[in-house]
Design a protein around this ligand. Structure first.
Ligand code: FES
Ligand SMILES: [Fe+2]
Length: 442
C-alpha cells in the first residue's frame, strides 16, 4: 500500500446530471431551488466539485517552520496541512490508517510526530507511519503484516504567494490555470504590504449558519445586498463617515444615492473557473493622500504608477471557487457540512512591513464589521438562514439571477465582465457549477 493509491471513493460517483438546475441563455439565468437544498445535489457536489477542484487549505504564514501544522478541510474531508521535517508542505488526510480515528485534534501546533489517540500508532510530519504500538507481542501483528506506508497524501499541493491549495484529483491541471484572473485580487491585496506579504496571526473567527455553502460564495462579492441587508450600518456611515473603518481612505457618501454610487463602480467578473471578482479602484487619487494610510501610499507610489496605486488603494473582493473568499484585510473560507449547514471562518491578516498601529487599526476595523458583535457579518449569516427558510416554499421552483445580464461581455479567456451593479460574479459561479455537475461517465 502506498501513500496515494487508496483513493477509490470516486467509484460510486452518481451519474445523474444536475446541470439543468441552471437555466441559462443570453437573457435568462435561473437557478432551481434544489441546487441549494437537495441532499443528492450536495453529495454530488462533494465528489464532483470539492474532490476535483483546487481548494484553499491554509496559509504558509501559519506553518512557517518545519513540523508546524494546521488542521483544515477539503470539502468535508479533514486534512492536516503541515510543513514536514525537510520543510516540504504536505496536505494529509487527517485519518489514522488503522481504524479511522481523527488523528490530529488541535487546530494548530508543532510536533515531531502525530500520535493516534485511539491505539497509539504514530506518524512523522511527512505522513510516514513510524510506529505501531505492541506490534510484535502475542496477539499482535505477524512478521509479514502488510503495514501501510502512512497517511493518505493529497496528491496535488501547490502554493501561490503563500496560499496553500490542494487537489484530491491526481490528474488536475495547474493551480495557476485554476486561479486565472483571481490572481489579480490576491496580488492587489498582498501588494498593499511594502514587501508584498501577509501574515495570519490573529485567531480566526468561525460561525455556522443554517444554509447552503453557495449563499456565502455568492454573497461575498454581492454589491447589490449591501445597502439593504446592512442598512443599519449604512445609516451609521451616513452619520459618522468611514473614519473609524478604513482610516478615511474610502468615502461612504452622505445620501443613499451617494452611497449607492460609491458601491457601484469598477468592474466585476464571473470567471470561467467559477470565481466571482469585484474591483473597485479608488476613483480619486487625492483620497490616497489623506487619512492614516497617506504616508504608506506615498511610499508605495515609488513602486507603482498612479493607476495601479488606485487599484491597490481601492477596494476589491473575491469568491475564489469553491471555498476561498478575500475581502477587506481577511481570508475567509467556507466549509460545507450539509445542504443546509455551512461553517464560515474568517482569518484577519497583517500586512508584513506595515506599522503596528495601522495593522492594529485594520484589525479593529475587522471587528467592527465582521466580528461576533460586528455590524455586518451577523446580518449576512441571518439572511442566509432566511434564504433557507424561504426556499422551503418549493411551490416556487426558480430563483432569478439575471441582473445586468444584458451588459455582460465575454472576454478573450472565457470570463464574463459585468457592470458593478450586476450579478455577473454569481453567474460565473453557477456556470462553472453547471459544467461540474453534469453527469460523469463511469
Ligand atoms: S485508530 Fe489509530 S491507532 Fe487505532
Ligand atoms: Fe454582507
Amino acid at each position: 500500500m502506498t501513500f496515494v493509491e487508496t483513493h477509490t471513493g470516486r467509484n460510486d460517483l452518481p451519474t445523474r446530471d444536475f446541470s439543468w438546475m441552471v437555466d441559462a441563455s443570453a437573457k435568462r439565468f435561473r437557478i432551481h431551488t434544489q441546487a441549494y437544498v437537495g441532499e443528492d445535489v450536495y453529495k454530488a457536489e462533494l465528489e464532483r466539485i470539492f474532490e476535483r477542484t483546487w481548494t484553499y487549505v491554509a496559509h504558509e504564514s501559519e506553518i512557517p517552520t518545519p513540523n508546524e501544522y494546521v488542521t483544515s478541510y477539503i470539502g468535508d474531508q479533514p486534512v492536516i496541512a503541515v510543513r514536514d521535517r525537510e520543510g516540504v508542505v504536505r496536505v494529509l488526510i487527517n485519518r489514522c490508517v488503522h481504524r479511522g480515528a481523527a488523528l490530529c485534534r488541535e487546530a494548530k501546533g508543532k510536533t515531531r510526530a502525530f500520535i493516534c489517540p485511539y491505539h497509539g500508532w504514530s506518524y512523522d510530519t511527512s505522513g510516514k507511519l513510524v510506529g505501531i504500538t505492541d506490534r510484535n507481542i502475542a496477539g499482535g501483528y505477524d512478521e509479514d503484516f502488510d503495514a501501510p506506508e502512512g497517511l493518505y497524501r493529497v496528491p496535488k499541493v501547490d502554493i501561490y504567494r503563500g496560499f496553500i491549495f490542494a487537489n484530491l484529483d491526481p490528474d488536475a491541471g495547474p493551480l495557476l490555470d485554476h486561479l486565472g484572473r483571481a490572481r489579480d485580487i490576491i496580488d492587489l491585496k498582498l501588494n498593499m504590504s511594502p514587501v508584498g506579504e501577509i501574515r495570519l496571526v490573529s485567531k480566526p473567527y468561525s460561525v455556522r449558519y443554517k444554509g447552503n455553502w453557495k449563499f456565502q460564495a455568492e454573497n461575498i462579492v454581492d454589491q447589490y445586498h449591501f445597502l439593504f441587508v446592512h442598512s443599519p450600518f449604512s445609516k451609521l456611515q451616513t452619520k459618522y463617515g468611514e473614519s473609524t473603518g478604513d482610516f478615511g481612505v474610502h468615502k461612504a457618501g452622505k445620501s443613499h444615492a451617494e452611497r449607492r454610487n460609491t458601491r457601484y463602480h469598477g468592474d466585476t467578473y464571473g470567471c470561467s473557473q467559477g470565481h466571482g471578482l469585484a474591483f473597485q479602484p479608488e476613483s480619486d487619487p487625492e483620497n490616497l493622500k489623506q487619512g492614516h494610510f497617506a504616508e504608506h501610499f506615498a511610499r508605495l507610489s515609488e513602486k507603482y504608477d498612479e493607476e495601479m496605486l488606485c487599484r491597490i488603494g481601492g477596494k476589491c473582493a473575491a469568491a475564489i471557487f469553491p471555498n476561498l473568499g478575500m475581502i477587506h484585510h481577511q481570508i475567509r473560507t467556507w466549509r460545507p457540512l450539509g445542504p443546509d449547514l455551512t461553517e464560515v471562518t474568517v482569518y484577519p491578516y497583517e500586512l508584513v512591513g506595515l506599522d503596528d498601529e495601522l495593522n492594529a487599526g485594520m484589525l479593529r476595523s475587522q471587528e467592527r464589521f465582521y466580528g461576533p458583535s460586528g455590524y455586518g457579518m451577523p446580518d449576512d449569516v441571518d439572511i442566509f438562514s432566511q434564504n433557507t427558510e424561504g426556499l422551503r416554499g418549493r411551490a416556487v421552483e426558480w430563483l432569478i439571477l439575471e441582473r445586468g445580464i444584458g451588459s455582460d461581455v465575454e472576454t478573450e479567456n472565457g470570463d464574463f465582465r459585468g457592470l458593478p451593479a450586476s450579478e455577473a460574479c454569481q453567474r460565473g459561479l453557477w456556470r462553472k457549477w453547471a459544467s461540474a455537475m453534469k453527469g460523469i461517465e463511469q
